[in-house]
Design a protein around this ligand. Structure first.
Ligand code: ADP
Ligand code: MG
Length: 631
């Protein structure tokens, strides 16, 4: 937080210097055009203008030069102003510095705003919490809380930790984390996140994660690290700025000799060389890309979509194929058990075993089973040494030996057989979970999942008018996949079923022949595909055990329309970058030609140059206006 205080103090100092620079300029202008003033006063005003306008840039330029051996565009501006002053164009030099420092200040303000959007989350993190202890409730620093502690949330207060509700029901405003403005109703068992607001109820929450690993802590880390993962065009504009600064400096010096050659006297030639220096400075080009990218990243973060830097943003704009995991991504994580058939023993014993096996699994199937036994008040059996086999099932040991649950692949691996009596369950369009002991099948459970509410709409938006191909990839059976695909408006050839995690990776690779591929998953069984895709998109990241790190783009809320909105934002950003670069380079070319061949006066060069820079920044800032919110 001290960083933030520092940067705003710097900002205030910068503002003050800019104002001083403009006051000096105003006095000098008065003297030149309206009413001659005492010579001393005019010189003092000009001096103030040069110092206030030039010192920050000069310091910045020298720092870059010494510490990083880089030539900065700031240097060009200072050199141009000093050169102008040296040939007697003191007022022009002051105008240049005043406009330059104004555009610098505005730019820093705008960029600071964009950058701070997520850093502001830090200020929303409460410092203390009300912990239930042996002697009642006491206020303790949040940093002292450990998983398992119980804290009390008062109505209207910010949630101090990530945790699970153990007492109470109420609404939470989670917009800080998920970008979702409608309050979320939560009851016992639901997760709550640090920095969200508990609206009206008194809730008791059991801490699930410490301060350093909370969702918000991870969001902050991701966004801070993201600054390092710059996009190709960000790198281009940096690279360009570097090389180009040298070219402009050398070019201006050469042009001085050129102007002398064609007959200008020394003072005029220096003036024109300085004008060229201003005209050719690439300020606008350098700022074009970051102005757009940072604005877009911050708009996205406010809408609950985190990009791992500008690179992910630019890639998303170019994606040609969106591949989706089915379970938990296109369908809700809330599957329901629809049928139970115990072949041996009672249904209660059978379910107790199955629920015991699935007790620790994060698969939606497991959750459906856990909810079922909770409703029927069945106590799950103790099952140890649980091991999960992605897209096959799960194995474990109870007191009598090895037990398992899974699909037909698992059944075959265990050497068990499917009796005809189960044919009705096997042939339906629901997910089949077979449960067995050794090579003996104990029974079967069917589970049905349903598509997410807005999934169909979101897929339609992504598909657009054939702008992108869609694919569904699932480890589930073909019948289930076809049923869900039908409900979502996916065509049969867009569906791949019965896949292992490695198959998903292979299909992602295959799809790259159409262009960039995005894989959208919930991180359960599909981390490999997320990593392999050009853009890995993880959904419902708030509170999930999947680290935000697994993906390039994280949708905090479980709403696929956010993905469609993020894609629109990414494409708009790409357009704004193109506009900016065209404008910036175009303006530069016009000004350079003007100053080389048409005797362009320095004040016009200054105006054109700084005006272009401002336009580019403002154009980028348009992206800050919230396009990611969905209702
Ligand atoms: P998807 O690719 O749609 O996300 P998964 O790869 O997660 O699906 O799972 C594919 C299939 O593997 C499931 O339909 C189920 O039959 C089986 N399976 C995976 N995990 C489990 C589990 N924990 N318990 C039982 N079956 C499982
Ligand atoms: Mg899945």
């Amino acid at each position: 937080m001290s960083d933030q205080a520092d940067s705003s103090a710097i900002q205030d100092g910068e503002d003050l210097l800019t104002i001083l620079c403009w006051i000096g300029l105003a006095v000098a202008t008065l003297d030149a055009f309206v009413q001659p003033l005492p010579l001393g006063l005019t010189w003092a005003a000009l001096g103030m203008s040069y110092l206030a306008g030039g010192i920050p840039s000069a310091r910045e330029a020298l720092r870059e030069l010494w510490s990083e051996r880089k030539l900065d565009i700031d240097l060009l501006m200072v050199v141009a102003a000093l050169t102008a002053a040296a040939v007697g164009a003191t007022l022009e030099g002051a105008v240049l510095l005043a406009l330059f420092s104004l555009s610098h200040t505005l730019e820093h303000r705008a960029m600071g705003k964009a950058r701070r959007a997520v850093e502001a989350l830090m200020q929303l993190r409460p410092e203390t919490a009300l912990r239930e202890g042996p002697n009642g409730v006491e206020e303790v620093p949040v940093a002292d809380l450990v998983p398992g502690d119980r804290v009390v949330l008062r109505p209207g207060a910010r949630v101090p930790v990530d945790g699970r509700i153990v007492v109470g029901t109420g609404h939470l405003d989670e917009s800080t984390v998920t970008g979702e403005s409608a309050p979320a109703r939560k009851t016992v068992g639901a997760l709550v996140h640090e920095a969200t607001v508990n609206l009206e109820a008194i809730l008791t929450v059991e801490v699930t994660r410490g301060l350093a690993t909370s969702t918000v802590a991870q969001m902050i880390r991701l966004v801070t690290e993201a600054q390092a993962m710059r996009s190709p065009s960000e790198r281009f504009s940096d690279w360009f700025g570097q090389r180009y600064t040298v070219v402009v400096l050398v070019g201006s010096i050469l042009s001085y000799f050129g102007f002398r050659q064609v007959g200008w006297d020394p003072g005029e030639a220096v003036y024109r060389a300085a004008t060229l220096l201003v005209a050719a400075s690439p300020c606008a080009v350098v700022i074009s890309v970051p102005a757009a990218v940072l604005s877009a990243l911050s708009a996205a973060a406010r809408g609950g979509v985190l990009f791992k830097g500008g690179a992910a943003l630019e890639s998303l704009a170019e994606v040609k194929v969106f591949a989706f995991d089915k379970t938990g991504t296109l369908t809700t994580g809330q599957a329901e058990v629809t049928g139970v058939a115990a072949l041996i023993g009672t249904e209660v014993d059978f379910l107790a075993l199955a629920a015991g096996l699935e007790a620790q699994s994060e698969h939606p199937i497991a959750e459906a089973l856990r909810r079922l036994v909770l409703r029927r008040a069945i106590t799950p059996l103790d099952v140890g040494e649980v091991q999960s086999f992605p897209s096959e099932g799960i194995t474990g040991q109870d007191r009598e030996g090895g037990v398992w649950a899974g699909n037909r692949r698992m059944l075959e691996k265990m050497g068990a057989a499917l009796p005809d009596s189960l044919s009705r369950m096997i042939n339906g369009a629901e997910t089949l979970v077979l449960v067995g002991r050794g090579s003996m099948l104990l029974g079967a459970i069917t589970v049905a999942d349903t598509p997410r509410d807005a999934a169909r709409e979101a897929l339609g938006a992504l598909r657009g008018k054939g702008e992108a191909r869609l694919l569904m990839m699932t480890g589930d059976r073909a019948e289930v996949a076809a049923r869900i695909a039908g409900m979502l408006g996916l065509k049969p050839d867009e569906v791949h079923s019965g896949l292992l995690p490695a198959d998903k990776v292979r299909l992602v690779d295959d799809a790259t022949r159409y262009g960039k591929v995005a894989f959208v998953g919930d991180g359960v069984n599909d981390a490999a595909a997320l990593a392999r895709a050009d853009v890995g998109i993880a959904m419902g990241v708030a509170g999930s055990e999947v680290a935000l790190q697994a993906a390039d783009v994280a949708l905090m809320a479980e709403d696929l329309r956010k993905l469609a909105a993020a894609r629109r934002l990414a494409r708009r950003t790409a357009r704004v970058i193109r506009q900016n670069l065209t404008l910036a380079i175009g303006a530069m070319v016009v000004l350079v030609i003007g100053s080389l061949f048409f005797d362009l006066p320095m004040p016009l060069a200054v105006l054109g140059h700084e005006g272009g820079t401002l336009l580019v920044v403002l154009n980028g800032l348009r992206l800050l206006a919230d396009p990611i919110r969905v209702r």
